[in-house]
Design a protein around this ligand. Structure first.
Ligand code: ACO
Length: 205
């Protein structure tokens, strides 16, 4: 999967990822507004060769209220299509969003809101990315569900974390390479053995 900055032509598919996965939906105009206002804050995951968007993260820098405000980012929405989950995509997209906030806007921290019942997202934020709960919003959502406002410093070390999904892919690849190396080594030894027993390769005197 290829994670990259969003382009104008991705917006409809991003909206599609959102409509399929989340109760919090936005109009196309909202995506367009975000894209025009700060295209560097929209990242997507694309299925290679298919030109299909299977995940996105949309974030923004909070408007400054007064000069004392510490610059900080807000993850508005992150979503990955069901078939492409647990591959480390949301982790990668979140890290990319945070990198943009830090590098472009010198953001101090990042915040987000998540439903109390959203186990997958809570795991992603707290266990994988190290967010902490800052506040609990009672009946924050339209349907009455509570929210957690989570927060993390954008200066923290997250780049070394490798999700289990990615790690197992790395291990798999390594195992495959080791097996290939072993079998080619075995073939070589076998051939050498055969040529020795048939006398092939002996120098004629
Ligand atoms: N239950 C428990 N843990 C899970 C689950 C799950 N259902 N899904 C993923 N995880 C864990 C992974 O195992 C991984 O853990 P590890 O780092 O310890 O190995 C970690 O979460 C990150 O996994 P990723 O593969 O990076 O996450 P994924 O690409 O699957 O996307 C997401 C996670 C975005 C929450 C996805 O499930 C989704 O799109 N859900 C619907 C939309 C949604 O809820 N979005 C978040 C709303 S809040 C907001 O937008 C601010």
């Amino acid at each position: 999967m290829n994670c990259r900055r969003a382009m104008f032509s991705d917006l409809l598919e991003m909206q599609n990822c959102n409509l399929k996965n989340l109760a919090e939906n936005y109009s196309y105009r909202y995506y367009l507004f975000h894209y025009l206002a700060s295209p560097e804050m929209l990242e997507v995951a694309e299925v290679p060769g298919k030109q299909k968007i299977c995940g996105y993260v949309m974030s923004q820098m909070e408007e400054k209220g007064n000069a004392k405000d510490i610059p900080h980012g807000h993850i508005t929405s992150v979503s990955v299509l069901r078939t492409y989950r647990k591959l480390g995509l949301a982790t990668t997209l979140m890290k990319m969003a945070e990198r943009s906030m830090g590098e472009i806007y010198n953001s101090d921290h990042v915040i987000l809101n998540v439903r109390e019942s959203n186990m997958a997202a809570k795991h992603l934020y707290q266990k994988t990315l190290g967010f902490i709960v800052d506040e609990r919003g009672i009946e924050y959502y339209n349907d009455g569900e509570n929210s957690y406002t989570m927060k993390a410093s954008t200066k923290r070390e997250i780049w070394n974390h490798t999700s289990k999904a990615i790690q197992s892919k790395i291990d798999e690849e390594k195992q495959k390479k080791d097996q290939e190396a072993n079998s080619s080594e075995n073939n070589k030894t076998q051939k050498e053995g055969q040529s020795r027993s048939t006398g092939k390769g002996k120098k004629k005197r």
